[in-house]
Design a protein around this ligand. Structure first.
Ligand code: HEC
Ligand code: HEC
Length: 349
């Protein structure tokens, strides 16, 4: 039997199968393990089978809750089971003004703004100042790094609890109302449908074999868990940065105008072209064109795009809107210089 294997199977999977048979003995790689390693298996299910503790923010994703959660996140309000429309979460924003709902990084173990830009082009995605809500439920902390340092007590509960992170972001980032418990539940239920799956991890054969070992016996469990946890970020990093010291020079890179144009379209225009959020004045119109952006880059205040990119703006107007700052992981210094190169070119300078 073993000597026939190579002819029956693609060469690449032969060593794995041989190992499963030889290393684990009969009954190895049970049907159950094979199911757990199927591409569509939710990551949490595989981790649980390896003995990981159940998630504190688990909510059964029943169709009704999921649909209500989806409406809150994408449309800002939902229809209750009694058929009533809820109040809007926010008069100014919807979650998707600042967050994607799909995967946005080619390598889930890294937050690399250059790789994300290429991925956004390839998959036609916006490039936003806040992290994607896809894979949110698989993380174990939220509002990380400089959000904790900058906002302290305000974000402390949200750092450790996804429910509180949703409450905080709806009220503060979104300039909205308090969110009722059932509304948080609905959004959580929806976010569980945006979970990372086994296929998203892109495991190689040796890694799959190691996971099978963990599933089939106590001995390989810790290793399998470590391996899986090494394949995605359990926390989305966020490092606050400063505008360049000399705004007429930028950060000192020559800048790639073409890449800058992509950033302008996929990031800035996500809000400024549509006149979203709230009644935001579109950047591209009238006096607010690129020539003005270029001229005002050296101003010491919000007229400078360097300033608003790195520090954001304060909420103002009716409804209250503001621009969130871009952490270094969302727009690198080099990318801001790319943007400058493009704005300069458009301004005809
Ligand atoms: C105006 C922009 C904006 C809007 C609108 C917004 N958020 Fe956020 N959100 C942020 C920023 C900025 C952060 C900070 C951390 C990050 O994402 O990098 C954040 C963080 C979060 C986090 C923590 C993510 C993590 O892994 O650190 C959650 C959860 C969240 N938002 C949920 C929501 C939900 C749900 C909505 C809609 C009800 C919403 N947000 C609307 C800007 C926004
Ligand atoms: C999430 C939505 C959003 C994104 C993305 C965004 N902005 Fe803004 N921006 C705003 C809002 C809201 C304001 C505040 C308007 C106000 O205060 O009246 C603003 C203000 C500004 C201002 C100040 C205008 C003034 O004269 O006060 C500039 C300049 C600006 N943004 C440039 C940019 C650039 C460049 C990018 C891309 C790197 C960008 N914005 C991305 C929402 C956004």
């Amino acid at each position: 039997m073993p000597d026939r294997l190579p002819t029956l199977l693609p060469i690449r999977s032969a060593p794995l199968l041989a190992c499963l048979l030889l290393c684990l003995g009969p009954g190895a790689a049970s049907a159950e393990s094979a199911d757990l390693l199927a591409p569509e298996t939710p990551l949490s299910q595989l981790l649980a089978a390896l003995g990981a503790p159940a998630s504190e923010h688990w909510v059964e994703p029943t169709p009704e809750l999921v649909e209500q959660g989806r409406q809150f996140v994408q449309e800002g309000r939902a229809t209750t089971s009694a058929g009533r429309r809820t109040r809007s979460l926010s008069p100014a924003f919807v979650c998707t003004d600042c967050h994607n709902l799909v995967r946005e990084d080619p390598d889930l173990a890294q937050s690399d703004p250059e790789a994300r830009l290429d991925y956004a082009v390839e998959h036609d995605l916006p490039l936003l100042p806040a992290t994607t809500l896809w894979g949110l439920v698989n993380r174990s902390s939220w509002f990380n790094d400089d959000y904790v340092d900058k906002y302290g007590e305000l974000v402390a509960p949200a750092h450790d609890s996804l429910g509180d992170a949703i409450r905080l972001c709806a009220a503060e980032c979104s300039q909205g109302r308090l969110v009722a418990d059932w509304e948080v539940e609905a959004m959580l239920a929806y976010f569980w449908t945006l979970e990372i799956t086994v296929g998203d991890l892109g495991l190689g054969e040796a890694e799959r074999a190691a996971v099978v070992l963990g599933l089939e016996g106590e001995a390989g469990r810790a290793e399998a868990l470590d391996l899986l946890r090494g394949r995605f970020l359990a926390a989305s990093p966020a490092t606050a940065a400063d505008p360049p010291a000399d705004r007429s020079l930028g950060y000192g890179n020559a800048g790639d105008a073409d890449r800058g144009g992509v950033i302008y379209e996929r990031s800035c225009m996500h809000c400024h072209d549509r006149g979203r959020p709230g009644k935001l004045v579109p950047l591209r119109e009238g006096k607010n064109d690129e020539a003005r952006l270029f001229r005002q880059r050296t101003k010491p205040d919000n007229r400078s795009y360097f300033q608003v990119i790195r520090y954001g703006t304060r909420a103002r107007g009716v409804p209250m809107v503001y621009m969130p700052f871009y952490p270094a992981e969302r727009l690198s210094d080099a990318q801001v210089d790319d943007l400058s190169a493009w704005i300069r070119q458009r301004a005809g300078e």
